[in-house]
Design a protein around this ligand. Structure first.
Ligand code: FPP
Length: 249
């Protein structure tokens, strides 16, 4: 039975000092490598190291859900060489890290249109998800060949198949989205200096606090994460209400 989560546009979610769910666009790997005269893929490899650190840091801070944008539906437009090296990195990361994740209580989920990935990668994803399915310290969702518009469309199409001729509502759609098991992100972080959402979780970010940092992803460490969380803690989350209403509560 799925837990029931609040939809930020229909109800006011409970507030918490620590974000329960953090979603991250890990940008800046290429520039990190370029600054060091290294190939771009060296930046991605260093990025994998940061993923490990940030998962651990989130566990220590009692963050319950961490969602990472690893590969967007638009990333196929990159040079073929970079795409294939990224795929190799995903395979290596899954081979090396799933055991450690399991020991650390990580529940791994991979969401996106996985049909374009090769069978070996898909098998590793399935095995990793199955092995870690019972873990509860943190849910790590890796978005791969993911796009926010893709997610909304796939949800709408699957709902229509189940309810031919029905009228779609927000509440009806939510369970069909890619992450029905997670509350909406409290905090969205983008590293690498750009200030955009880039077709990440378009539906789920409706009321998330947005945090942008110049820090390149391979430099984003636990201290940088704490700065983002501190910024989140200073925000007044009104969900459409006035400041006065918050004081009255
Ligand atoms: C964006 O940096 C980063 C990516 C497109 C890939 C992100 C992948 C990883 C961090 C490694 C794998 C992750 C997991 C979960 C195993 P960019 O290349 O756009 O950097 P740039 O803007 O400096 O060029």
């Amino acid at each position: 039975m799925l837990k029931r989560y609040f939809s930020s546009t229909r109800e006011i979610p409970p507030s918490a000092k620590t974000p329960r769910h953090i979603a991250i666009i890990m940008d800046g790997n290429g520039r990190w490598a370029k600054k060091r005269l290294l190939p771009r893929v060296a930046g991605h490899a260093q990025g994998v190291e940061r993923v490990r650190d940030i998962v651990q840091a989130c566990i220590e801070r009692n963050v319950e859900y961490l969602t990472l944008f690893a590969f967007s539906s638009e990333n196929w437009r990159r040079p073929e060489e970079e795409v294939s090296r990224l795929m190799e990195l995903f395979v290596m990361a899954l081979e090396r890290e799933v055991g450690k994740m399991h020991r650390n209580g990580v529940n791994l989920k991979v969401v996106g249109d996985l049909s374009r990935f090769d069978q070996r990668l898909r098998d590793l994803i399935t095995q990793g998800e199955l092995k870690t399915a019972g873990n509860q310290r943190i849910t790590l969702t890796v978005c791969a060949n993911y796009g926010g518009r893709w997610d909304i469309l796939q949800a709408a199409n699957r709902w229509l198949q189940d309810h031919p001729g029905g009228e779609l509502s927000e509440a009806a759609l939510t369970p069909y989205l890619s992450m029905p098991y997670a509350p909406e992100p409290d905090l969205f972080i983008r590293t690498g200096g750009e200030q955009r959402i880039s077709n990440f979780l378009l539906w789920q970010l409706a009321y998330s606090e947005l945090y942008f940092t110049e820090s390149l992803w391979p430099d984003f460490d636990a201290q940088a994460l704490d700065l983002a969380i501190a910024s989140f803690q200073k925000r007044e989350r009104r969900f459409g209400r006035t400041s006065e209403q918050l004081v009255e509560r």
